[in-house]
Design a protein around this ligand. Structure first.
Ligand SMILES: [Zn+2]
Length: 391
């Protein structure tokens, strides 16, 4: 049966329309005028709210008290439910650096869960995002790097097999040894390679752009800028990201990691088609705990949660966000990003970046009916995932 949402502001990729109706079944059918709604259509009143595509979070570790690496069978459903209730209808499940056996176990588990699939009305995992383990200990942020790992073909293939081929994104530090191998391998598999937790200078970042790295992991967090190496000044990853139009960048949109002026600057220089917001949320997202664990339950790092962000106990570093995507949208709008662009940076731009732009990220004909009804303050009211309302 067809459903129409009317009485709201419908946000399309390049504009919004008022006084129209969004028609869908499992897919978006059309945007029509109210008087075109036929009598056999179920009508939902948006109550003067804002109708946007379901959010696409391409960097998220957990929520609702669980991390994707946790062994507990309730971990993944709890995380998906938590983020779905805040408007995220699809995401990449993100791993972080941890002992090898925990990573292998987690990747295997997630590979099987993705293979099983997700029902309409559920948040969908589009694939895996491996954040590490090939990171620079000099730029580890809150990631626990016990010993420096470098890529080997054996380990890459092992991870790919465990994931049943569902690796969509892989972050690494290009200045490490064997990153040519990593770049060739990700390219051959069609995996998005991203520069993250890296101490690379601008020359290295640009060189590896040519080799296939096209994304910057949480820009301004564990990324380099202008610095001295010996007596010589170098640009950093940030300068490379601005210089090379082909780099797309993500910002943690929790309103804590990135100041207003920095977010505005990135949108101004890179543009909304190359700038996206992510939560980078850890397990405490969607809870009200004050203490938590970053990473897998048994082996992770103890952290505190205060002022709406996770921190290492000595407060020396943030340890991940506790945001959900609706928080990211509200942050961007509060900072002065126009509504249509703010929505795009939480939906279509990330969907395209990870190769799902044909099916996700906008309220356009033929796409999955992933729809969020927000009130005028951009709080989530109702969520539809592939046409079915979340309960
Ligand atoms: Zn992360």
């Amino acid at each position: 049966m067809k459903t129409a949402i009317k009485g709201g502001r419908i946000v399309l990729p390049d504009r919004f329309v008022d006084g129209a109706a969004l028609l869908f079944d499992e897919k978006i059918t059309d945007v029509i005028s109210d008087d075109e709604i036929t009598s056999d259509t179920r009508v939902i009143d948006a109550e003067n709210g804002v109708v946007v595509p379901g959010f696409v979070d391409i960097h998220v570790h957990g929520g609702g008290g669980y991390d994707f690496l946790d062994e507990a069978p309730e971990a993944t459903p709890s995380i998906l439910k938590t983020h779905l209730s805040h408007g995220t209808t699809s995401l990449l499940a993100t791993t972080l650096t941890c002992p090898d056996e925990i990573l292998y176990r987690g990747v295997g588990k997630l590979g099987r869960e993705i293979e099983r699939g997700f029902a309409p009305g559920e948040c969908e995992i589009l694939g895996l995002h491996l954040e590490g383990p090939y990171f620079s200990s000099a730029a580890k942020g809150a990631q626990a790097i016990r010993k420096q790992k470098i890529p080997t073909l054996d380990e890459l293939e092992k991870l790919y097999t465990l994931a049943k081929g569902h690796i969509v994104r892989f972050d690494g530090a290009p200045e490490l040894p064997e990153m040519d191998l990593f770049a060739r391998w990700t390219k051959e598999k069609g995996i998005l390679a991203s520069i993250g937790h890296s101490g690379a200078n601008a020359e290295t970042a640009l060189e590896y752009y040519k080799k296939g790295f096209s994304h910057i992991t949480h820009m301004y967090c564990s990324t380099t800028t202008e610095h001295k190496e010996g007596q010589v000044v170098h640009g950093g990853i940030i300068e490379a990201a601005y210089l090379e139009d082909g780099f797309r960048v993500e910002l943690i949109g929790d309103g804590k990691h990135i100041p207003r002026e920095t977010m505005l600057l990135v949108f101004k220089i890179k543009g909304v088609d190359s700038t996206m917001l992510v939560t980078d949320a850890m397990r405490a997202a969607g809870t009200d705990v004050t203490e938590s664990i970053l990473g897998e339950k048994e082996t992770g790092t103890r952290v505190i949660v205060e002022d709406g962000v996770a921190k290492l106990p000595d407060r020396s570093s943030f340890a991940g966000s506790v945001a959900t995507m609706d928080v990211c949208l509200r942050t961007a709008v509060r900072y002065g990003i126009p509504l249509v662009d703010a929505v795009k940076s939480c939906t279509l731009t990330p969907a395209r970046t990870v190769g799902f732009g044909g099916r996700k990220g906008s309220l356009e004909k033929g796409k999955d009916a992933d729809i969020v009804i927000l009130d005028r303050e951009l709080n989530v009211r109702r969520v539809f995932a592939r046409g079915k309302e979340a309960n």
